[in-house]
Design a protein around this ligand. Structure first.
Ligand code: P4A
Length: 427
C-alpha cells in the first residue's frame, strides 16, 4: 500500500508515516452555516490551526484510497503525475506541523495554499489523460470500470472540498479584497434567478454561435418560504423580479446550470433542426420549500433512451480525446466531458442532488436539488475506512436477475452509483 514514488521529497519514509497518521482521522464536514459563521467570526489564527490539520487529513484520506486503484492504472504516467502532485502538496503542509502561529508563518501558510491550489488546477484533465493512457494500453473490464467510477466520484468530491477550504481561507485572510457581501466564495443571499439567467445567456451565446439558433427561456418560480416582506421589498427595487435566495456558492450553482443549459440547448436545437417547426423554449421551474430548493430545467429536445442514462454520468464512457488537441474546431456545446458527473458532485457536495429524467421521444427534465437551510447543508465527504477499502477488492455483483434485456440497468444491476450506496449504508 505504498504511495508511488514521491519524487520531490527526500524524506519519503517520513511522508508515508505522516500519511498513515493523518489518514486515521475522519474528515470533519462543515455545514454552510459553519462556513459563514466561521467566515464572519474566526481569526486567521483559528483558520490556520483548523486547516493545518484538516487539509492533511483530507489529502491523506484520498491519497490512501488512490493507492488502492488497480496497478495498471497507477502505472500510467499521468496518474503517477497526479499522485506526485498530491505527495508534494501534502509535504508542503507538513512544514507547518506543530509550528506556532505568528503573522509571518500564517502569511507563508496562505501562500502555500495558493501554490497548492494552482498546482492542482489541471488535475481533472490529467486524470482523464491517465484513463486514456490506460484505455490505450489495456483492456478495461467491468470491475476495473466500476472501481474507477467509484474512485473518481470520491476523488473529485474530495478535490471540490479541499478547494472550497483553500478558497475560504485565501479569500478571507489573503491579500485580495473580499468582494462586497460575500463570505469567501459564499453568497449568503445567492439570487438563484440571477445565476439561472447568467448561465442561460452564456450557454445561449455559444449555442447561437454554433447553430445560429437557440431556444428561449421561461422561468416560473414559486416562493412559498421566504418572508413576504422581503419579497415585496425586493420586487419594489427591480420591477417584476422576485427573488429566491439561498446561502450558497454561486460558482458551484453556475457550473451546474451552465452544463445543463448547454445539454438542453444542444438537444433542442438538434432535435428541431428540420427548420420547419419553431424551437420550443426551455422551461425552468424554481421552488423553495421548507427543506429543499428545487430547480427543474425541462427541454423538448427529444430525450434519450433509459438505457443510455447511466452513460451520461460514466467517467470511462465520457473520457474521449479532446477535440482541441486534434487541431479540429471545438464544438462549443460538445458534451460528454465530465460536465454531468462533476455537476452532480457539486450538487451532492452540500447534500443536494442532480437528477435527470428523460422521456424518449419528447425531452429531458434535469433537476437540481439544494438544501434550503444552511444548517442542513453539510459537506458530503469520502472517508477512507474498511468499507471503502473493500470496494477495491470486491468484484461487482454477479447477476441475480435475468440479463437478456438491453437496459444498462441490468448489465450491472442496481449499482448505478457509489454515492447512493454510501447514503443507504450510513442511514
Ligand atoms: N437528448 N436529450 C439530451 C441529449 C439528447 C439531454 C443530449 C440527445 C445528449 C448528449 C449531450 C447533450 C444532450 C438533455 C438534457 C440533459 C442531458 C441530456 O441535461 O436534453 O451531450 C452532452
Amino acid at each position: 500500500m505504498r504511495i508511488h514514488r514521491c519524487l520531490f521529497r527526500p524524506a519519503r519514509a517520513l511522508i508515508d508515516q505522516k500519511l498513515d497518521f493523518y489518514s486515521q482521522f475522519n474528515p470533519s464536514p462543515l455545514s454552510m452555516k459553519q462556513f459563514t459563521d466561521f467566515g464572519q467570526n474566526a481569526t486567521r489564527t483559528e483558520s490556520y490551526l483548523f486547516l493545518r490539520k484538516e487539509l492533511p487529513v483530507r489529502l491523506a484520506n484520498i491519497m490512501k484510497e488512490f493507492s488502492l486503484l488497480p496497478e495498471n492504472l497507477l502505472l500510467m504516467p499521468s496518474t503517477r503525475a497526479v499522485q506526485d502532485l498530491y505527495c508534494k502538496s501534502f509535504g508542503d503542509l507538513m512544514e507547518f506541523e506543530g509550528k506556532d502561529a505568528n503573522a509571518n508563518l500564517i502569511d507563508k501558510f496562505t501562500d502555500a495554499l495558493t501554490k497548492i491550489r494552482n498546482r492542482h488546477q489541471d488535475v481533472v484533465m490529467t486524470m482523464a489523460q491517465g484513463i486514456m493512457e490506460l484505455k490505450d494500453a489495456h483492456r478495461i473490464d467491468n470491475n476495473m470500470e466500476a472501481y474507477i467510477q467509484y474512485f473518481l466520484d470520491r476523488f473529485y468530491m474530495n478535490r471540490i472540498s479541499i478547494r472550497m477550504l483553500i478558497n475560504q481561507h485565501t479569500l478571507l485572510f489573503g491579500d485580495s479584497i473580499n468582494s462586497h457581501h460575500h463570505i469567501g466564495c459564499i453568497d449568503p443571499h445567492c439570487d438563484i434567478v440571477r445565476v439561472i439567467e447568467d448561465a442561460y445567456s452564456n450557454a445561449r451565446f455559444l449555442c447561437d454561435q454554433y447553430y445560429l439558433a437557440s431556444p428561449e427561456l421561461v422561468v416560473k418560480h414559486h416562493n412559498e418560504h421566504d418572508k413576504k416582506t422581503k419579497y415585496i421589498k425586493e420586487a419594489g427595487k427591480s420591477a417584476d423580479r422576485t427573488s429566491v435566495s439561498v446561502v450558497y456558492v454561486p460558482s458551484h450553482l453556475y457550473h451546474m446550470l451552465f452544463e445543463l443549459f448547454k445539454n438542453a440547448m444542444r438537444a433542442v436545437v438538434e432535435h428541431h433542426s428540420n427548420g420547419d417547426d419553431n424551437i420550443p423554449p426551455l422551461e425552468v421551474l424554481l421552488v423553495k420549500g421548507t427543506e429543499d430548493l428545487t430547480i427543474k430545467l425541462s427541454d423538448q429536445g427529444g430525450g434519450i433512451p433509459r438505457s443510455h442514462m447511466d452513460l451520461l454520468f460514466n467517467y470511462m464512457y465520457s473520457t474521449a480525446p479532446q477535440p482541441a488537441a486534434s487541431g479540429m474546431e471545438t464544438p462549443p456545446l460538445a458534451g460528454y466531458g465530465y460536465g454531468l458527473p462533476l455537476s452532480r458532485l457539486y450538487a451532492r457536495y452540500f447534500h443536494g442532488d442532480l437528477v435527470l429524467t428523460s422521456f424518449e421521444g419528447y425531452g429531458t427534465d434535469a433537476c437540481i436539488f439544494l438544501k434550503a437551510l444552511s444548517s442542513e447543508a453539510n459537506e458530503l465527504l469520502p472517508v477512507y475506512n474498511k468499507t471503502c477499502q473493500r470496494q477495491y477488492s470486491t468484484p461487482i455483483q454477479t447477476h441475480d436477475w435475468s440479463s437478456q434485456g438491453h437496459s444498462a440497468m441490468f448489465v450491472r444491476p442496481f449499482s448505478t452509483n457509489s454515492l447512493n450506496k454510501l447514503h443507504s449504508a450510513s442511514s
